[in-house]
Design a protein around this ligand. Structure first.
Ligand SMILES: Nc1ncnc2c1ncn2[C@@H]1O[C@H](COP(=O)(O)OP(=O)(O)OP(=O)(O)O)[C@@H](O)[C@H]1O
Length: 248
């Protein structure tokens, strides 16, 4: 689906991402983990830019239009799939077909507010689900999510994740919930300081190991070599070479 080679992204001269080689494949469900500021959003934003015509992004920034309704904020996700006339008409008086489709998405996301409600009147968790609904409404084969459940309670987050995974061929998602990453995804990629330090089949990991990696990444302020973060793990059930497995 996508191979990144020698990818360097810098902001104001500071390197946010430095990826030697990283591939993503059709049909994969990939979780991306790592501490705050390690480059996860930069990576998924880059992936989205590369695969834009066939992917939908639910970004952390949400980009909701405060005065517009839940319906319109979700509908906006697919503006480029319709004529300007159709879009304009739906802004003024929503047609039955998109209303039904968007109501279905709202129900699946357990959004119990009216579709006519302005998003400015929603809670943080409701806003996050509207943003996710906008990505789902695009009905793309690949869904890219940047912590799309961070404002939800864990039980609802798991229910919605199941929904998202079932409705997309491929999913690439940034997560801080290690249990979720391990239980629901095929593959886990760990970043540290913009570099890939873990890339492994989820089935080859256990929760203890993954949490140790995550904690290690969060605790290690000293940049004493990114490979050490993976090397210091108790990877008792994992072959060392699998830590940075190349997925053929
Ligand atoms: N637009 C920008 N301008 C300047 N620096 C940026 C910009 N976007 C990201 N950065 C910097 O790049 C680095 C990686 O940021 P990024 O948002 O990708 O991290 P992250 O792992 O997604 O963090 P978080 O878990 O907090 O969302 C950080 O040091 C951040 O400050």
């Amino acid at each position: 689906m996508l191979t990144l080679n020698n990818l360097i992204v810098q902001f104001e001269g500071k390197t946010a991402l430095d990826i030697d080689a990283l591939s993503f494949y059709h049909g994969e469900k990939v979780a991306i983990i790592g501490r705050s500021g390690c480059g996860k959003s930069t990576l998924v934003n880059h992936i989205f830019e590369q695969l834009r015509p066939t992917s939908a992004l639910c970004s952390q920034r949400q980009g909701l239009v405060e005065n517009l309704s839940v319906f319109h904020n979700i509908f906006m996700g697919a503006l480029n799939q319709h004529s300007w006339y159709y879009n304009l008409a739906n802004l003024v008086y929503p047609f039955k077909e998109p209303r039904q489709a968007i109501q279905q998405i709202a129900d699946a996301l357990e959004l119990d507010c009216p579709l006519s409600q302005p998003v400015s009147a929603l809670s943080g968790g409701q806003r996050q689900r509207v943003a996710l609904g906008r990505a789902l409404y695009q009905r793309q084969a690949l869904l890219i999510g940047d912590e799309p459940f961070s404002a939800l309670d864990p039980v609802m987050g798991q229910r919605l994740l199941t929904e998202v995974l079932a409705s997309h061929d491929s999913v690439i998602m940034v997560l801080h919930d290690m249990d979720m990453a391990l239980s629901y995804f095929d593959r886990v990629i760990g970043l540290r300081d913009g570099r890939t330090v873990l890339d492994i089949d989820a089935a080859a990991l256990d929760l203890h190991t993954l949490e140790a990696f995550y904690q290690e990444s969060c605790d290690s302020k000293a940049a004493d070599g990114v490979d050490n973060a993976a090397a210091r793990l108790d990877l008792s059930q994992v072959e060392p070479q699998q830590c940075l497995a190349k997925h053929e």
